[in-house]
Design a protein around this ligand. Structure first.
Ligand code: OGA
Ligand code: MN
Length: 210
């Protein structure tokens, strides 16, 4: 059992990642901050700052709507107050994970994602074939009053052929070990907003520096 003084919510995530390797927190962020982040995501969409998400990385990025149909924009420090509040919270999570689980997480990369109605992201892993630095995935959902019949679940494929579906309810958080769980985003009947992040370790593949 962790003995540190970190927030109980963060320690629950630690326990889940140390156990099954994934965590669902249905009440993670206060509604006010969730609404501010959703407004920021919408404002960026209205300003045309969200671009079709690509598959792969570096020079090999490819937009493939048959694989994923979301639009994304990176969240960087200093862009907006709610974004900075979110990044500060993620920094506490990073430090807690490193202290309790020795994960050696060094940084977070984080983007807003908007799925128009009908868009999806086919089953995939969050690790790139040539870069295993993405270690822990975190997804915060920004959708107020999501209804079960609106679809848009995150489907996590668990060992033993089972699957776990998570509704993208505003303020809820999904977190999992990036290399361990294939997953997909099912199509929804309404726009679906999220803030998705990956805690990275330093890439130890020497080819990455070429
Ligand atoms: C991703 C992803 C899950 C979600 O962006 O890689 O799998 O629920 N997102 O939005
Ligand atoms: Mn993913």
């Amino acid at each position: 059992m962790p003995t540190s003084s970190a927030h109980p919510l963060l320690l629950r995530i630690v326990d889940d990642l140390a156990g099954p390797g994934w965590s669902q927190q249905s009440i993670f962020l206060p509604p006010a901050l969730t609404a501010e982040l959703a407004a920021e995501c919408r404002a960026r969409a209205d300003a045309g700052e969200l671009t079709p998400a690509a598959i792969g990385r570096g020079g090999r990025q490819l937009v493939q709507e048959g694989v994923r149909g979301d639009y994304t924009a990176w969240l960087e420090p200093g862009q907006c107050a709610p974004g900075d509040a979110w990044l500060a919270l993620m920094e506490s999570l990073r430090q807690t994970l490193n202290r309790e689980l020795f994960l050696g997480l060094e940084e977070l990369e984080c983007h807003f994602a908007l799925y128009p109605p009908g868009a999806f992201y086919r089953r995939h892993f969050d690790r790139f074939r040539d870069d295993d630095s993405r270690t822990v995935t975190v997804v915060l959902y920004l959708n107020e009053a999501w209804q079960p019949d609106e679809g848009g679940e995150l489907r996590l494929y668990l060992p033993g052929g089972r699957a776990h579906d998570m509704m993208p309810q505003g303020g809820s958080l999904a977190c999992f070990m990036s290399a361990s769980f294939p997953h997909e985003v099912l199509p929804a009947t309404r726009e679906r907003l999220s803030l998705t992040g990956w805690f990275r370790r330093r890439a130890d593949n020497p080819l990455d520096t070429l």
